[in-house]
Design a protein around this ligand. Structure first.
Ligand SMILES: Cc1ncc(COP(=O)(O)O)c(C=O)c1O
Length: 384
């Protein structure tokens, strides 16, 4: 395999979807056309709403010999510092219609819960958030600051969700979950519709056609919400490439097999929000035929990428990008480093790549640690 020597980064895995068949109507019907229109109308009327920046990573596109790399900077999403602000808070508003008698609940890796807590606070509702033992205190505190009761559960995310469902049933709380299961699809559809607002904004922020989009996936809500936005708002359909942590590649494994596959996560990724073992049911209906390729990456270059964003090595401006903002960048770099992959993905001097910078320093402590580590790694590297 031939490769250029710019970064020396590698994908852990890449596959092509044999069942690719992008169908705008089908996608919009899964998410609900009305939800998509409504999400933008509602969210764009919230106080302090403004589009998050679409930044050109000019230094990186020059290095990789691509025409353009756009980075949607969700660190600036309200004051919540992640795209998740668009989903949970919107679902709280739609489901409760502001009825103060309703208590909302959710399980979360952090950002979704913060969005639900914020949505509940805006409407003066009680809010119960369930978190696993892996969610940092910093993230728990952010939710408490928004007035939520935060309940820590022993075990992983799945355990926190089980506990949330159990306690909510017993107490009559309204679950606002971004993950779907049997007979629980409306709320996840609302959160996805909320995420599609990012694509609506992008369609107004550039008149260049996007040729490739790299979408991070945990359970697939963000990716399928973005795809629904693409189906609705983009005139030309770009190549859609999923990126996941190598130890939590449930979308990749499911696309490879053509059916839902559950992953047993052996080691949690530093990209905590994406460390998910199972694709959510509603997103799967969209992802299975609309994704061109799936890639996975290790944690190895996460800190370095955080540092490169912060030190203006990829763009003219400094960008605050947390751990989950890095895999799209890592995947596009690694894809371009391998000339065969670059050719297969048709990444070339005419390509306009879109990356989603999902979060900023949503976990400030972890962000500082990663930044310090990344800066040290960059300094150790010769010739960078
Ligand atoms: C902070 C964060 N959490 C979670 C996710 C995963 O979203 P989902 O579980 O909807 O796929 C992402 C990005 O994919 C993210 O950036």
């Amino acid at each position: 395999m031939s490769k250029s020597e710019v970064f020396g980064w590698k994908l852990s895995n890449i596959i092509t979807n044999k069942n690719y068949n992008f169908d705008r109507e089908k996608i919009l019907n899964v998410c609900g056309k009305n939800h998509i229109d409504d999400a933008f109308n509602v969210i764009s009327n919230w106080d302090n709403y403004k589009s998050t920046p679409l930044i050109e990573l000019k230094k990186l596109s020059k290095k990789l010999k691509l025409n353009n790399i756009f980075y949607k900077d969700e660190s600036k999403r309200f004051h919540l510092k992640s795209f998740k602000a668009l989903g949970g808070a919107y679902a709280v508003e739609k489901v409760t219609k502001g009825n103060k008698k309703i208590t909302v609940s959710t399980a979360t890796a952090g950002n979704h819960g913060r969005s639900v807590a914020w949505g509940a606070q805006k409407l003066n509702l009680n809010c119960k958030i369930f978190i696993s033992e892996y969610v940092s205190e910093a993230r728990a505190n952010e939710m408490k600051k928004l007035g939520a009761d935060v309940i820590r559960v022993k075990g992983n995310y799945e355990k926190s969700l089980e506990e949330c469902i159990d306690k909510s049933k017993k107490n009559g709380w309204e679950i606002i979950q971004d993950v779907a299961w049997k007979n629980y699809e409306t709320v996840p559809k609302l959160t996805m519709a909320g995420y599609s607002v990012m694509i609506k904004e992008i369609s107004n922020q550039t008149d260049q056609y996007i040729t490739h989009v790299f979408l991070q996936a945990g359970v697939g809500g963000m990716a399928s919400g973005a795809i629904a936005g693409i189906a609705k708002y983009f005139k030309k359909i770009p190549k859609i490439i999923i990126v996941e942590p190598e130890n939590a590649d449930c979308v990749l494994k499911s696309i490879e097999k053509g059916s839902l596959q559950k992953i047993n996560i052996k080691k949690e990724s530093i990209m905590g929000g994406m460390s998910c073992g199972e694709v959510s049911l509603v997103p799967w209906k969209i992802l299975k035929e609309s994704v061109n390729n799936c890639t996975s990456v290790s944690d190895k270059n996460v800190a370095k990428t955080v540092a490169m964003l912060s030190k203006s090595q990829l763009s003219d401006e400094k960008i605050i990008g947390g751990e989950c903002s890095t895999p799209g960048i890592i995947s596009v770099i690694a894809s371009c480093e391998n000339l065969k992959t670059k050719k297969n993905l048709e990444l070339n001097e005419n390509s306009n790549v879109l990356l989603i910078g999902c979060e900023g320093d949503a976990d400030e402590k972890l962000y500082e640690e990663l930044l310090l580590k990344g800066v040290a790694e960059l300094q150790n590297e010769k010739g960078y």
